[in-house]
Design a protein around this ligand. Structure first.
Ligand code: AN7
Length: 351
């Protein structure tokens, strides 16, 4: 049967949608890819899988939440939506708003949005406002606007967003026939870790699965409020998607880590960039830098001897590598210039 998007697939587990027609771009059903070469490289004797969320319609996991948020905005008679974003939420909001015929406003931190994401927001017709400051400042502007104007906020304070995002946990269990032992993912605004934990718990309560994963969240070291236990005034990281100093779902992330027996830790920009290249080069899977925080985190766990043999690990790769081509070009060798002369080309190939 043809896939109809996460709202249709999991409608009975998304009670708010009732019989409303879904606003969808057929998000979800993303591949769960086994990563044996990376596992070997990391010295892991465990089964390693990536939930490749970069293959959603706008290239990130945000589409799962946005189909729900936009379906409900339409059902509730809204005519405009707004979000603050480090990039992916704005790309997704703009696309789904276009699909729904709603106006879309996005507030982004000046100069800190990967080019692919900005191109999506503008192409889908959103009104894009760049403010001085980071995501946290952009988000407080959104809160202020929401108090004054008739506009639906589609950041993750909108509870429908996390409802939609929990479907990724369902898909993983549906494919594996069980829950993983470890679920590793990047943490920025902390909505996704909260949503996954909700999804796993629901399947567990209904006995669809008989175990729960340890939730292992990783923040960028320069933007790690959950690790330090306080807000970060000026968060900095090369992984601009998770450059957030005061996460909205702070409590949800803490609960997910604590109640699952997991943890939230930090990885440096160097570790993120090394993992970013390693994943692409060893497995042919291209994910954006923020997504690679999960691989960098896994490496840390592997080196720390935390992971038991024969465990089953799932890493979420939250966004596509093509979102942020400038970072890729920067960390890799430039193409070798050579004349079209066959001997010269063969000489350089060294084959
Ligand atoms: C690729 O788009 O917050 O911990 O405004 O784009 O649920 O916030 C993006 C977050 C990880 C962190 N990976 O997820 C936004 C935004 C990618 C992301 C995260 C984001 P959360």
């Amino acid at each position: 049967m043809a896939w109809k998007g996460v709202v249709e697939q999991y409608r009975e587990r998304l009670p708010a949608v009732r019989d409303h027609r879904a606003v969808t771009l057929l998000e979800g059903d993303t591949p769960l890819i086994e990563l044996p070469r990376l596992a070997a490289e990391l010295g892991l004797k465990a089964g390693l899988w990536a939930k490749y969320e970069g293959l959603n319609p706008t290239g990130s996991f945000k589409d799962r939440g946005m189909t729900m948020a936009m379906t409900m905005a339409v059902a509730e008679g809204s005519s405009a939506v707004i979000c603050a974003s480090t990039g992916n939420t704005s790309a997704s909001a703009a696309a789904y708003a276009a699909r729904a015929g709603l106006r879309c406003f996005v507030i982004i931190p000046e100069g800190k949005i990967a080019l692919g994401k900005l191109s999506q927001a503008v192409m889908h017709g959103a009104k894009v406002l760049e403010i001085e400051g980071g995501f946290d400042e952009a988000f407080s502007v959104v809160r202020g606007i929401a108090e004054r104007c008739e506009v639906t906020v589609v950041n993750s304070i909108n509870p429908h967003r996390l409802q939609g995002q929990k479907t990724a946990a369902f898909e993983i269990c549906d494919v594996l026939g069980r829950a993983p032992d470890y679920h590793v993912l990047p943490v920025g605004n902390a909505g996704n870790i909260t949503a996954y934990w909700m999804g796993y718990r629901e399947y567990h309560e209904d006995a669809v699965v008989s175990s729960l994963p340890k939730m292992m969240g990783f923040q960028a070291a320069g933007a790690a409020p959950l690790v330090h236990g306080h807000k970060i005034e000026k968060p900095e990281t090369v992984a601009t998607a998770i450059r957030i100093g005061n996460p909205v779902s702070w409590k949800g992330a803490e609960a997910a880590a604590r109640d699952s027996g997991g943890a939230i830790d930090a990885v440096s920009d160097e570790e993120i960039m090394a993992a970013y290249k390693m994943l692409a080069a060893t497995e042919g899977v291209f994910a954006e830098p923020a997504s690679a925080a999960s691989i960098a985190g896994l490496r840390k766990l592997a080196e720390g001897g935390v992971i038991e043999e024969k465990s089953l690990i799932v890493c979420t790769l939250t966004g596509h590598g093509l979102k942020d081509p400038s970072n890729a070009i920067e960390v890799c060798p430039k193409p070798t210039k050579v004349s079209g002369d066959l001997d010269k080309v063969v000489g350089i190939m060294g084959i």
